[in-house]
Design a protein around this ligand. Structure first.
Ligand code: AMP
Ligand code: MG
Length: 319
């Protein structure tokens, strides 16, 4: 028996999401842990609830292809794939549009964005009611099995999220196929609900991520944003030539400072990390500084992911 969700339940879930809360909802693949993708604090809360040790880029879910293609630069190939497979379990990685409103944290600081339109009408109604894209990784604690029922979500994340919209069991139960269209040739990053053969029937041969070298985990796949200036970690004192990425009260003597969180709040720091790195790198270069120094960040909770990201930045993205 299929129970239709009431408009009232969808409206209530949408209100929570608009207010920056986390709401899990069913898609055809697995239950997603949704947050307003344009709200950095809400996106930080996703990583916090999942206990992810690093900032994996998240898939942004849209109600329509038209809405998705407003936030990315879509090629003819992307549009053909969307016409054929959306709504459905195919995620397309495309360059961000110049005025893309999606939080940098949702894309883990990348210049690309992963977008898709989920199949279930309830999921699309929810996204349309929010009026913004929803960032939604699988709604399970990091390292645990992806949930395909509302009860699975509650078992794993109950108490950490505002609500679960019970849209019934997921029909595909397998994650979406992730196809990177941002390079010279299309490349399969993750096999999933849409078979690669079906994609190839439409657009011709598709490369595999491991064709370009050693098999890559998502974290390594991505050329994470790295600052141009060298970055020194766990700095307790600041040199005159350095610009400071602060956390908590900044030491005196720093001439150019971006404070991730004066209050020492890790969720606030996570939400400001990528814009902070980018801003500091640019302003430091303009001001004649020759290095960046980051104050120590505690290693618990979201601090682990922030430290991981800073370590990658300090190693020029070749971590
Ligand atoms: P999940 O968290 O299970 O929804 O998985 C999301 C998948 O999409 C991961 O494999 C990510 O690495 C991948 N992904 C998301 N955004 C991007 C992006 N901009 N570039 C490459 N892969 C991405
Ligand atoms: Mg997952």
């Amino acid at each position: 028996m299929t129970l239709r969700l009431s408009a009232q339940q969808i409206a209530e879930a949408a209100r929570l999401l608009q207010a920056g809360q986390l709401v899990a909802f069913g898609t055809e693949t697995v239950y997603g842990l949704g947050a307003d993708a344009t709200n950095s604090r809400a996106v930080a809360a996703i990583y916090q609830a999942k206990g992810r040790p690093s900032f994996n880029p998240l898939i942004c879910h849209y109600a329509t292809a038209e809405a998705a293609f407003a936030d990315v630069r879509a090629s003819g190939m992307a549009r053909a794939l969307a016409t054929h497979f959306w709504p459905g379990p195919l995620t397309l990685v495309l360059p961000r549009a110049v005025d893309c409103p999606v939080s940098e944290l949702a894309a883990a600081g990348l210049a690309t964005l992963a977008v898709r339109v989920p199949a279930p009408a309830a999921a699309r109604s929810l996204i349309a009611a929010v009026g913004r894209p929803l960032a939604a990784p699988s709604a399970n604690p990091s390292g645990k099995i992806s949930p395909t029922t509302a009860q699975h979500v509650i078992d794993g994340l109950g108490g950490k999220i505002a609500a679960v919209l019970d849209t019934g069991p997921c029909l595909v139960g397998l994650e979406s196929t992730v196809l990177d269209l941002s390079g010279a040739a299309p490349c399969l990053l993750r096999p999933g609900g849409v078979p690669v053969e079906a994609i190839e029937a439409l657009i011709g041969p598709v490369g595999r991520a491991h064709d370009h070298g050693a098999p890559k985990s998502p974290g390594q796949l991505l050329s994470h944003y790295a600052p141009n200036l060298p970055l020194r970690l766990d700095a307790v004192a600041i040199a005159p030539h350095e610009a400071l990425l602060a956390f908590g009260p900044a030491p005196t003597g720093a001439r150019l400072v971006f404070n991730l969180s004066e209050a020492g709040d890790l969720a606030e720091a996570a939400s400001r990390l990528f814009e902070g790195l980018r801003w500091l790198d640019r302003e430091a270069a303009r001001g004649g500084f020759t290095g960046l120094a980051a104050m120590p960040i505690p290693g618990h909770g979201l601090g682990a992911a922030i430290r991981d990201r800073l370590a990658r930045a300090a190693h020029d993205g070749k971590f």
